[in-house]
Design a protein around this ligand. Structure first.
Ligand code: PLP
Length: 200
């Protein structure tokens, strides 16, 4: 998929005309503006940190296909409540944190597997958990990248092994600088920004 955050509509349209249909944005307002200005058959993915007060706005975007960055149980519950209220079903990935950089966002692999074991996901009414999304450290160290993508892949397979989630099939990992390693480790979806559009 193409990550179009901070890129102007003309560049997105150029990629669309070349056949690209899946685009990712990291801010709700920017996504809203682009979705209303650009072709309706674009499948928009949300990849940024989602604030709880923006969930309703995000779900109202008609061509929204997947929220990749669900980074807490609290956010997941809120998305479920809002999607049910809106009479839609939200497709989501759970964000898993393995990189060395400190971030407040995302489940650790152990946390995610523990939460899956509680089977709370069975009470979701309007949300389909489609897989996981993760990022590796910002490094050129190939062994480090291989190890981190391997951790994400292991987490994906552990969840697949214990959860009864029929639609759980997406392992979103790999960006411009590291996607060949991510693919080698089992990625099913790479998120490419600067290699397609140039620097932001
Ligand atoms: C910006 C971003 C990307 C794309 O990064 P590039 O290095 O430009 O390919 C991928 N995933 C996430 C979550 C991002 O925020």
């Amino acid at each position: 998929m193409a990550i179009s955050k901070f890129q102007p509509a003309e560049k997105i349209l150029e990629a669309f005309d070349a056949g690209q249909r899946i685009f990712g944005e990291s801010r709700v307002q920017e996504l809203q503006a682009k979705a209303s200005a650009l072709p309706e058959d674009i499948k928009w993915h949300f990849i940024g940190h989602l604030q709880t007060n923006k969930v309703r706005q995000l779900l109202a975007v008609k061509s929204l296909h997947l929220i990749q960055s669900v980074d807490s149980v609290r956010l997941l519950r809120l998305i479920d409540t809002e999607a049910e209220r809106a009479g839609t079903v939200a497709d989501v990935l759970l964000e898993v944190h393995v990189a060395q950089e400190d971030t407040k966002y995302g489940f650790s692999p152990a946390e995610l597997v523990d939460w899956i074991m509680t089977e709370e996901y069975k009470s979701l009414k309007a949300t389909r958990i489609r897989g996981i999304m993760g990022m590796a450290s910002n490094t050129d160290n190939q062994e480090q990248l291989t190890m981190e993508f391997g951790q994400l892949a292991l987490c994906f397979h552990q969840v697949l092994g214990v959860a009864q989630l029929p639609d759980f099939s997406i392992l979103s990992m790999g960006m411009s600088g590291d996607y060949p390693i991510a693919i080698a480790e089992g990625s099913t979806m790479v998120r490419i920004g600067s290699s397609i559009f140039g620097e932001r």
